[in-house]
Design a protein around this ligand. Structure first.
Ligand code: ASP
Length: 335
């Protein structure tokens, strides 16, 4: 049981999330007023460090292995994200991702290094490791972003092997959806996720990456926040980095990851910056935040971390000081 399902089941049974000894507690969803932020209890200034959205301990372990072997943060986040892209059981990333409403699995990803270089792919089909194609765009082309057929052609010419990303399980889920939802794209807080990862290496340099198949059963051609530099991911080696998961449309409208990095530049902690960025979304007039999910994680150059979300079903995995653990996010919950 991974990521969202684990978290949801745990909160439904009242068990709470208790992986490792130092998990911060979930808020009481029955309170009527906005609950004051409970800061990430585990935030320490220790390097090297890897953080990722959701419960992805194998991915953060891989990234830390790269760092411990002397690798840099860019290699760490790429290889960490690749673990989840190859995991067919995860139906929101890479191979086995849930398709759009026409049955196409289309991937979005981006990566950003300590120099502010970045690369992205959008609407990429048939290539599992979208994050690696994004890195190739950054390193081997004069561009930042490649889309669709051009992105696939570039990937193939760079040596990536095309394969069918629609697994039997995802095909079945899509067929069930077609019958139940009558072909209508629905915005909900299920059926999507992004693996976003931030790492600082032994030189104190930060990099970040994110990868997703986007919203399940989205309209063909839909692209979310994840490949958009500044929205789904932003890195500034003077300050730190941030990455988003959840309804990309809301993240794009507030340029969430760039906002968080800029708030940290102005002196906010990663936790405070994530909370303010969620505030920019939920405090818009008429915004019914109960209908969708957004979660942010952030890391500053000292190695301090933050995570915050609109609902309780969000967690961060952190590998720091020899401990690889899942941390439940605090969340906004105005009754
Ligand atoms: N942010 C992704 C998108 O909107 C999906 C997710 O992270 O849940 O495509």
């Amino acid at each position: 049981m991974k990521r969202r399902h684990f978290i949801k089941n745990a909160s439904l049974t009242g068990v709470g999330i208790a992986i490792g000894a130092t998990v911060s507690s979930c808020r009481n969803s029955s309170e009527e007023k906005p609950i004051l932020p409970k800061h990430n209890q585990n935030s320490k200034a220790i390097l090297p460090v890897v953080v990722a959205t959701w419960h992805v301990e194998e991915a953060t372990a891989k990234a830390m292995e790269v760092l411990k072997a002397g690798g840099n943060a860019l290699d760490a986040v790429e290889q960490g994200c690749m673990v989840e892209e190859a995991n067919e059981k995860g139906q929101s990333v890479g191979k086995g991702g849930l398709p759009d409403r026409e049955g196409n699995v289309t991937l979005d990803a981006c990566i950003m290094d300590k120099h502010g270089n970045c690369g992205a792919v959008v609407y990429l089909k048939d290539i599992t490791h979208a994050v690696s194609v994004a890195r190739k765009v950054m390193e081997d082309t004069p561009h930042v972003m490649l889309a669709g057929e051009g992105a696939k052609q570039f990937a193939v010419s760079s040596g990536f092997k095309p394969e069918d990303l629609l697994t039997e399980a995802s095909k079945k889920a899509w067929e069930k959806w077609k019958v139940e939802a009558k072909y209508k794209p629905i915005i909900n807080i299920e059926n999507h996720d992004t693996i976003g990862m931030l790492a600082i290496d032994k030189n104190g340099d930060i990099s970040g990456a994110c990868t997703t198949s986007g919203l399940a059963y989205k309209m063909a051609g839909r692209v979310g926040d994840s490949p958009i530099i500044g929205s789904g991911l932003f890195i500034d080696n003077e300050v730190g980095g941030a990455v988003a998961t959840g309804l990309g449309e809301e993240v794009v409208k507030t340029v969430g990851s760039f906002l968080i990095v800029e708030l940290m530049r102005q002196g906010k902690s990663p936790q405070e910056a994530c909370e303010e960025a969620i505030g920019r979304i939920v405090n818009k007039p008429g915004k019914d935040y109960k209908d969708f999910q957004v979660g942010y994680i952030a890391l500053n150059k000292k190695g301090e971390t933050g995570c915050y979300s609109i609902h309780q079903w969000f967690s961060m995995t952190k590998f720091q000081d020899g401990v690889n653990e899942q941390i439940q996010s605090d969340f906004y919950n105005k009754a």
